[in-house]
Design a protein around this ligand. Structure first.
Ligand SMILES: [Zn+2]
Length: 412
């Protein structure tokens, strides 16, 4: 089942990695052609998949190899970080009025590689694939897309037919009522139970993340850090320019996250980074001289070249925080789909202190797949949060432990 998308993903990855090495435009065009061909081919490969699946069943070792290849996605993602290959494919596809489900999946796969599984456009491409898919042979492509997202550490929506026999039985009722298409709709809110699991404790805890996500264990520039001197002098400033917008908030099973509509920016050395989302950790992942704060909010930004920058604001126990009050009042208590409470606007600037002096270092995502190349700015000024508000946060502990500094400089 995993094979179709892996074919797309791995070939896209190879093409992307190749592109990374090349600099000339013609070569990148050839790349796009290859990718377009590839996604078109994926339809016919559904047939091949039937045979392949039988093979795979007979050969568990091969499955292991494929799993290992999926784990290499990290490296491929880094190679695609410039985003040029994706832009080219998007431009090529824009000329077509409608995209087949297979092409949507291909596009989604490339976005997954370029922008990461949490990027809204990635999810959107897969969603469109779900909608436009002709329920039948193509469902395997869709299931493959879900597995790819799962392999990237994303908890994904699942269609009944991708589920295990036990879940299929559960699913059967829905199928009887509304037919497969309705069942697909009904399942949109459902959360994948077979995705790669990770958590903050026990057998799925941070010291086991490396089993499924090698960078988490092997990376040399991991986040968070214990921030302690000596510090280098910061060479430039940061200036948040956040705007109010419709609140979109999700409990994704790991944290409360607010997805931010376009228009809010962080200027780093005068260069704009778009605010994509912000989310919370309890206690703060970062420590200052060995001490965590009560919580931290991570504002996640991305620039046009796909570079990530995280602005961290530490929350210390004190007065009630009105911004948090609004968020907690609308945050789902349990894991589920994003909600958009009607008429509730939110300005992320409400969570910022007045001063923007910071500590800064080169780090990684603090959740699987722990991708590196993320610049961190931790503001020195902290913001109040009431003790009760900390206790209302639905996650008791969702902080990755501090990671080895490995000689990295910290500006501050
Ligand atoms: Zn975070």
């Amino acid at each position: 089942m995993k094979r179709t998308l892996l074919e797309i993903v791995l070939a896209a990855g190879l093409a992307g990695a190749g592109f990374f090495g090349w600099t000339n435009w013609n070569a990148s065009q050839a790349n796009v052609a290859k990718l377009t061909e590839l996604t078109a081919e994926s339809e016919s490969s559904v047939k091949k998949l039937e045979t392949a699946e039988a093979e795979v069943k007979a050969n568990a070792t091969e499955l292991e190899t494929m799993k290992a290849k999926t784990q290499e996605l990290d490296a491929v993602k880094a190679a695609l970080a410039s985003g040029e290959t994706l832009k080219d494919l998007e431009a090529a596809y824009k000329k077509e009025k409608t995209l087949s489900a297979d092409r949507q999946v291909g596009l989604g796969a490339l976005r997954l590689l370029t922008k990461g599984s949490k990027d809204p456009s990635t999810i959107e491409a897969f969603r469109k694939a779900l909608v436009t898919a002709d329920w039948g042979s193509r469902k395997k492509v869709i299931c493959a897309a879900q597995f790819a997202l799962a392999a990237a550490g994303e908890k994904v929506e699942v269609l009944g037919d991708c589920a295990t026999p036990a879940e299929k039985a559960e699913q059967a009722d829905k199928d009887k009522v509304g037919g497969p298409a309705k069942a697909a709709e009904a399942d949109k809110g459902k959360v994948e139970k077979h995705a790669v699991h990770w958590g903050y404790e026990g057998a799925m805890g941070p010291d086991r993340w490396g089993d499924e996500f090698p960078t988490c264990a092997k990376g040399k520039s991991q986040s968070p850090l214990n921030i302690t001197g000596p510090f280098e002098k910061a060479q430039f400033g940061v200036a948040p320019d956040y705007k109010p917008g419709q609140l979109k908030i999700i409990n994704n099973g790991h944290t409360i996250q607010v997805n931010v509509p376009p228009g809010s920016k962080l200027r780093i050395d005068s260069k704009p980074f778009e605010l994509v989302q912000f989310h919370f950790h309890r206690p703060s992942e970062e420590q200052i001289d060995g001490k965590p704060a009560a919580m931290v909010v991570h504002f996640v930004h991305k620039n046009d070249a796909g570079r990530l920058a995280v602005l961290g604001v530490l929350l210390k126990e004190g007065n009630e925080n009105p911004g948090i009050k609004t968020l907690w009042a609308n945050a789902p208590q349990t894991e589920g789909p994003e909600v958009e409470p009607e008429g509730v606007m939110f300005n992320p600037a409400n969570l910022l202190p007045r001063e923007y002096e910071f500590y800064s270092y080169e780090g990684s995502l603090t959740t699987p797949p722990c991708t590196e190349g993320v610049r961190f700015f931790i503001l020195k000024a902290q913001v109040n949060i009431a003790k009760e508000q900390v206790e209302q946060f639905p996650f008791k502990k969702n902080a990755r432990p501090v990671q080895p500094q490995n000689g990295r400089a910290i500006a501050g």
